[in-house]
Design a protein. Structure first.
Lengths: 296, 279, 365
């Protein structure tokens, strides 16, 4: 009895489940509850002030929220696609190199080690209109008027995207390179003999083989999309005039600055569903791509 | 024609290298540059004078220190190490269970774990802040540690599951017919074989804790528990930024991360892809 | 020093039956080979004996002790795996001594027993090496050594030779046989290769779809297969099987083996063919003898047929032709040159032929 009990897989998983239950599930249940209250940090008794769906109704009526929501989706769509594209390009490039390939791969991992907050700071420093290295560099070429990268309403969003892409392209590059290195040579050579040009080889052989790796990268990446908060937080704080406000910075502002927890939690739920939907979507794609390649 | 292609190719590689490395190098240089020089216009690319002023400020033991970076560093080290050890221990158990056993709802539990990990830190921070304040573990290392354990466990399970799958099942079976219990077989055979991979998973967990901001910014309040990423914000007040100081603390943050990643990079990639592709 | 008994052993994976009601008694010191196509349940049986697979129902006894609930480690058996499963992080020596170390055997004792195994298997030069530095055959030997060192009640071999090339396989086969004679223990050996089974076994068990088809000595299963499956599984090339009509002609029972070729039914089968119109006829290739002249005595069968193909192999030539629309192989020893389309005379000793029921595929005696 004892022996069976201790060797059962559930016992092995239990500590993990407990940790996640305590730190993630219970708080989420709690915040789900508070999203139906008018809870404000400054007035603790408001925790029991049940207001039904009013927070969610306010959310639906709130244009600022919808702007932030739309901006977040747009931000993720642009950033993820570009990261994938650049990552694929870099992987193909490094795959071609025979000399110094491993060193280059290691260097490419450099941005992965940067804390998002550090990435934000680094690009804040680079994009600074006054002392930033970018404007200084342009100054060398006679471009003397300082460009307000983080202050201009359009440039600011672009600057944040640059930082985000710089930080996260390497995960795509590294994983796709691993995929490229693992592709068997035979089908590629067979396709060449069959008369495919390099684009056709890429499209018909390389890409299908790479598909699971693309989805691994996307799955891993989608786990951490929320970390963009750190970057935006330090670079612009959601400014100028909320032009770079994403869902996550808005949650932080309403929750902590305005101390309106109930409303912020309602918003949190939208962001959580967004993240989970992204992860779930890519994960199921990964499973499907795996099946297509005949791997179990 | 071929030659032009080749030159263009290497230019592209060089451009890429600059793009990847330059920002980091610039921070590094700025950390050793006197503050006035940072503000100089036009820019002074190579510092005239190298200084370690900001570092001595950070770590000075005598007298007044504006930013207690040494304390932050210690907090970071303790919180990241302890949470990593715990996360890797229980995550490894979970990974082993997923790799070696078949049980009901296995794939669903696995997916559930990954989805739990997908919850954005900032969204989770709101309820955690309230709950931790209520049970009195706000602004303690302990509170941050258990949060990091939970955040790291799903990914550790993914990685270690992949590493254990790479070890043939016969390895454990032969050990068991050789007279080992399942635990002995794990300890003597499977663990040593998965060692490098588990090391990689551990360092990955460590880096995640080391670099985390959103949750720590809410759960830590004072020098008792603030970690380096939070401490970095000390240099950033309402109107002025101490650029040199920030660059210096950035260097303190990034150096251990770079070293650790370079140690395990090979296993890290194989673990991520194996777990994913042959799940 | 133990016999192994299986009683009504059954293994199901959900609805799928892997092993069905298996009864088997393996006396001490027997070399038993389980053979069959993949998925027949032979490996599952072995793994149940080792304790690596849970039993759905039934009982397993090792040395008269019920071991159903025992862990693999407490069963005192040793297993050699197909892919050797050597511990890659240990040297040969450490691999060999590992089980004794786990059992907390005295150090000197470990040393002597490892030394003994090393000598038996000729591994003296390799003791300090890691498995990755060994060739396939050497790894195989270490895997066996690891089993020997434990002095188990029974050795379990799970397709141990299938990862080796043909030449090495033959060589290792002899070594395993010698080992058995030296060690005098029970060996249960699983393979899909019938040649291995024939050469090694004291007794062969032929399995299919979770059932035992036949148990017997190599000679028995070769000469007296109980059904079509065993007849075609054992022996290479497989036994020729053709569907024949049974016909009454000229007051005699005749068997039609091809257009216009009718052969007399042997006396001892006549009664069995009452009320039957069709039967499977089985003839081994070596019993279908090409002859130059008709030198038969009256019991033998004789016919001639044009051949489609001749494959000279040196010591023999294999002749291919068709009877009743089926391809038939004949082995010609002492070959003389033949070419495609030649009409060859064939002679069959009727005491060597097999008949199988057309519905049950069981042998008719």
């Amino acid at each position: 009895m004892n022996k069976k009990f201790f060797s059962s897989p559930i016992i092995l998983i239990l500590p993990s489940l407990l940790a996640i239950g305590f730190v993630i599930i219970i708080p989420l249940i709690f915040s789900f509850y508070t999203s139906f209250t008018s809870y404000k940090l400054t007035r603790p008794d408001s925790l029991y002030n049940f207001i039904g769906l009013r927070n969610y109704e306010r959310l639906i009526d709130n244009t600022k929220f919808w702007y932030a929501f739309g901006r977040t989706i747009l931000f993720l769509a642009i950033v993820l696609n570009l990261e994938l594209l650049f990552g694929l390009g870099i992987a193909l490039l490094i795959n071609k190199i025979t000399w110094g390939q491993r060193t280059l791969r290691t260097i490419m991992m450099f941005p992965m080690m940067f804390s998002p907050i550090l990435v934000g700071f680094q690009w804040k420093y680079i994009f600074n209109d006054n002392i930033g290295v970018l404007n200084n560099f342009l100054y060398l070429f006679g471009y003397e008027s300082a460009i307000p990268w983080l202050i201009d309403k359009y440039l600011a969003m672009g600057s944040i995207m640059v930082a985000e892409i710089w930080a996260n392209t390497s995960i795509f590059a590294i994983l796709l390179l691993a995929g490229l290195l693992g592709i068997p040579r035979d089908p590629i050579e067979a396709a060449r003999v069959d008369g495919c040009n390099s684009w056709q080889v890429f499209k018909n052989i390389t890409l299908p083989f790479l598909m699971p790796f693309i989805f691994i990268a996307l799955t891993i990446r989608s786990l951490d999309v929320g970390r963009a908060y750190d970057i935006v937080h330090i670079m612009t704080g959601g400014g100028p005039a909320m032009r770079t406000e994403l869902l996550w910075t808005m949650i932080a502002r309403i929750g902590y600055k305005d101390a309106n927890m109930g409303f912020a939690n309602a918003m949190s739920y939208v962001s959580i569903i967004l993240s989970i939907a992204f992860t779930y979507y890519f994960f199921t794609k990964l499973v499907a791509a795996r099946r297509e390649l005949g791997q179990q | 024609m071929k030659k032009i292609k080749k030159i263009a190719f290497w230019f592209l590689v060089l451009f890429l290298l600059i793009l990847v490395c330059m920002p980091g190098i610039w921070i590094f240089i700025s950390a050793f540059r006197p503050n006035p020089e940072i503000l100089a216009k036009p820019a002074n690319w190579i510092p005239d004078r190298w200084t370690i002023y900001e570092f001595t400020q950070m770590f000075s033991i005598s007298g007044y220190v504006s930013v207690p970076a040494f304390k932050y560093l210690m907090n970071s080290v303790i919180i990241s190490s302890v949470s990593t050890v715990i996360a890797i221990t229980i995550g490894m158990m979970g990974g082993y269970a997923f790799a070696r056993y078949n049980f009901k709802g296995k794939n669903k539990i696995f997916l559930g774990l990954m989805l739990a990990r997908a919850v954005p830190g900032i969204s989770l921070s709101l309820p955690l802040f309230i709950l931790f304040a209520k049970i009195g573990i706000i602004n303690t290392s302990f509170g941050v540690i258990i949060v990091y354990v939970a955040m790291n466990v799903p990914f550790t399970i993914w990685l270690t599951d992949g590493f254990f799958r790479q070890i043939p099942k016969e390895m454990s079976e032969v050990a068991r017919t050789d007279g080992c219990t399942r635990l002995q077989a794990f300890w003597n055979v499977e663990l040593p074989l998965a060692g490098p991979g588990i090391g990689a998973a551990a360092i990955f967990a460590f880096l995640l804790s080391w670099n985390e901001y959103a949750l720590a910014s809410v759960l830590t309040r004072t020098v008792h528990s603030k970690t380096l990423p939070i401490g970095m914000m000390d240099y950033l007040d309402e109107f002025t930024i101490n650029w040199a100081g920030m660059c210096a603390i950035a260097v303190v943050m990034i150096v251990p991360a770079v070293i650790l990643t370079f140690i395990v990079q090979k296993h890290l990639v194989s673990g991520l892809t194996f777990g994913g592709v042959k799940g | 020093m133990a016999n192994v008994d299986l009683k009504n052993l059954t293994k199901k994976y959900g609805e799928v039956i892997a092993v069905q009601n298996m009864d088997l008694s393996i006396p001490h010191n027997e070399f038993l080979v389980l053979v069959g196509p993949s998925g027949c349940g032979k490996s599952t049986t072995l793994r149940m004996i080792a304790g690596l697979e849970e039993i759905t129902s039934g009982e397993i006894y090792i040395g008269d002790q019920l071991v159903n609930e025992k862990d693999p480690k407490d069963r005192n058996v040793s297993m050699v795996f197909q892919n050797y499963a050597l511990y890659p992080h240990m040297t040969v020596e450490e691999n060999l001594g590992f089980s004794l170390k786990i059992a907390k055997v005295d150090k000197n004792e470990i040393e002597t027993r490892v030394k003994e195994a090393v000598q038996i298997l000729g591994l003296e030069e390799l003791q300090k090496r890691k498995p990755s530095q060994l060739s396939g055959g050497q790894r195989q030997r270490v895997a066996m050594g690891r089993a020997i060192v434990r002095r188990p009640d029974a050795f379990l071999f799970d397709e141990p030779l299938s990862n080796l090339d043909a030449k090495l396989r033959t060589q290792m086969r002899t070594e395993i046989k010698k080992l058995h004679q030296k060690l005098k223990t029970t060996i249960i050996y699983v393979t899909h290769d019938q040649v291995e089974a024939m050469t090694l076994a004291d007794r062969i068990i032929i399995m299919k779809d979770g059932y035992i088809e036949q148990i017997g000595s190599p000679i028995e299963v070769f000469n007296k297969p109980v059904n079509v499956f065993v007849a075609t599984f054992i022996g290479s090339p497989p036994m020729n099987i053709l569907t024949c009509d049974i016909i009454s002609k000229d007051q005699k029972v005749k068997i039609k083996i091809d257009n216009e070729i009718y052969l007399d039914c042997p006396e001892n089968f006549k009664d069995l063919f009452n009320n039957k119109s069709k039967v499977y006829l089985g003839i081994r290739a070596e019993d279908l003898k090409p002859v130059e002249k008709n030198t038969i005595d009256n019991n033998d069968w004789f016919f001639s047929k044009e051949i489609d193909l001749a494959e000279p192999l040196g010591t023999e030539t294999q002749l291919f032709f068709h009877l009743n629309g089926k391809e038939i192989i004949s082995r010609m020893y002492n070959p003389y040159p033949v070419s495609i389309g030649d009409k060859i005379n064939f002679q069959i000793d009727t005491s060597k032929i097999h008949f199988f029921d057309i519905d049950t595929e069981k042998t008719l005696f």
